[in-house]
Design a protein around this ligand. Structure first.
Ligand SMILES: CC(C)(COP(=O)(O)OP(=O)(O)OC[C@H]1O[C@@H](n2cnc3c(N)ncnc32)[C@H](O)[C@@H]1OP(=O)(O)O)[C@@H](O)C(=O)NCCC(=O)NCCS
Length: 125
């Protein structure tokens, strides 16, 4: 499990948000699932979520990870490089709004595989 956090740059360094990447699979191919991502309500829309997500994706790429999936706001995640998963033949075992299931390749030399996403057991899907 990889976890990357965005911290407030104050003397007390309160935790203001985080992005978590967990192991999942697209078919039989190892990938990472970006979930959950959260920012304290009073600090939302100030860049903390974006900072945590960008740091998490960069670190994952540095570690040799190739693929990331996310189930979330379709207006938010495309800015990080996510695209509609169904366009790549990637699906889920449960019904979700098509535009909410997204995926991205971290390395252009390794395009997304197709298949059904299997999440870690605690997600229950
Ligand atoms: C979603 C969330 C992680 C975004 O983090 P953030 O630090 O508030 O967002 P940032 O400051 O990095 O980015 C701001 C941008 O995100 C957009 N945004 C924030 N929350 C959004 C949401 N719920 N849906 C769509 N867009 C959202 C803003 O409109 C803004 O867009 P703009 O740059 O075009 O103006 C945060 O709002 C949050 O914790 N929300 C509650 C929990 C949640 O929904 N988690 C995600 C589950 S998929």
């Amino acid at each position: 499990m990889l976890r990357f956090s965005a911290f407030e740059t104050s003397l007390e360094a309160d935790l203001v948000g985080h992005a978590l990447l967990t192991r999942c699979h697209i078919g039989d191919t190892p990938a990472l699932c970006l979930a959950p991502v959260s920012v304290r309500p009073e600090r939302q829309r100030s860049g903390a979520g974006s900072a945590a997500i960008r740091a998490a994706l960069a670190a994952a790429g540095d570690m040799g990870e190739r693929y990331v999936t996310v189930l979330g706001h379709p207006a938010y995640y495309p800015r990080f490089g996510f695209g509609r998963a169904s366009a790549y033949g990637i699906g889920l075992t449960v019904d979700v709004p098509d535009e909410a299931m997204m995926a991205m390749a971290l390395d252009a030399a390794h395009p997304l595989p197709s298949g059904t996403v299997r999440h870690a057991a605690p997600f229950g899907i």
